[in-house]
Design a protein. Structure first.
Length: 284
């Protein structure tokens, strides 16, 4: 079958369609702006960002041992009143990439949408220090300050003086102030227990976090959603959380982990009393 030859008018229209179209002023402007924007995104994808990657860290039973030595040791004339506690008081931590580690945009995006990982601003995790040595020194200083406040708060709560009870605290490989509340609870558990011959936990595994001041006030900490996961992983059924961070804790609350808000050391003790006695326990 023969195909008829195209007419000159048809060729003219076809040629017009095949010729490149001239861009409008607006289109040229958008194209010029798009080129550096694409380049910027490409650079951002591979440039280091001021974030750290974090995950649930270790937990430590302040009623037990750390590297074969007791975390809390009490002595003195007023230190022998407590009964045995079959439960645990777990302080919780997060594990983060070290300061100065290279973190790029794809890693931040990936960890942002995971429930078992997090991308956190570097300054929120490492507010002081530009290298690992400086950060470790800062964390050790904060730990010592936290321990001193925890001892004072516990003695104040028990109405005892340093002459009545001498306290030694030791927790290897952990820094920062967020174990303060649990140091205080551990001291009270070892010195007077629940006041009736038993321990504070009622045989439960109780975990939590929170800074402490000498007057017993509990302060907020970082990384609570990751700490609740560490607590659940290590067998806790109850988590004491600073009240100001209840909302954060509930976002990724592990199934079967009860969140109990606390604002003071005495409030934490009342909540533990209610748990043991079947009373009303505050909830986030």
């Amino acid at each position: 079958m023969n195909t008829p030859a195209p007419s000159s008018s048809l060729l003219s229209r076809l040629g017009a369609r095949l010729r490149p179209r001239r861009l409008s002023v607006r289109q040229r402007t958008l194209l010029v702006c798009a080129v550096p924007l694409v380049a910027l995104f490409a650079v951002a994808a591979f440039a280091p960002l001021p974030f750290v990657l974090a995950q649930p860290g270790i937990t430590a039973n302040v009623l037990g041992d750390s590297k074969d030595k007791p975390v809390i040791t009490v002595s003195g004339p007023g230190s022998g009143e407590a009964g045995a506690d079959d439960g645990k008081l777990l302080m919780t931590t997060i594990a983060a990439t070290p300061p100065g580690a290279t973190v790029r945009l794809p890693q931040v995006v990936e960890n942002w949408f995971r429930t078992d990982r997090a991308a956190m601003p570097a300054e929120a995790v490492y507010p002081v220090g530009d290298n690992l040595k400086e950060v470790e020194k800062h964390n050790q200083d904060e730990m010592r300050s936290s321990q001193n406040a925890a001892v004072k708060a516990a003695l104040r709560q028990m109405r005892k003086s340093p002459r009545d009870v001498r306290v030694s605290l030791r927790l290897a490989d952990v820094g920062g102030p967020s174990a303060g509340l649990f140091f205080s609870l551990g001291i009270i558990d070892k010195v007077v227990g629940d006041g009736r011959g038993g321990g504070l936990t009622g045989g439960r595994v109780v975990a939590g976090t929170g800074t402490i001041k000498a007057d017993g006030k509990v302060g907020p900490v970082g990384g609570v959603p990751l700490k609740t996961r560490a607590a659940k992983r290590d067998g806790a059924s109850v988590f004491l959380v600073p009240r100001a961070e209840c909302a954060d804790a509930k976002v990724e609350q592990p199934k079967g982990l009860r969140l109990v808000p606390v604002e003071t050391l005495s409030g934490a003790l009342k909540a533990l009393d209610a748990l043991r006695d079947g009373g009303r326990v505050p909830s986030c």
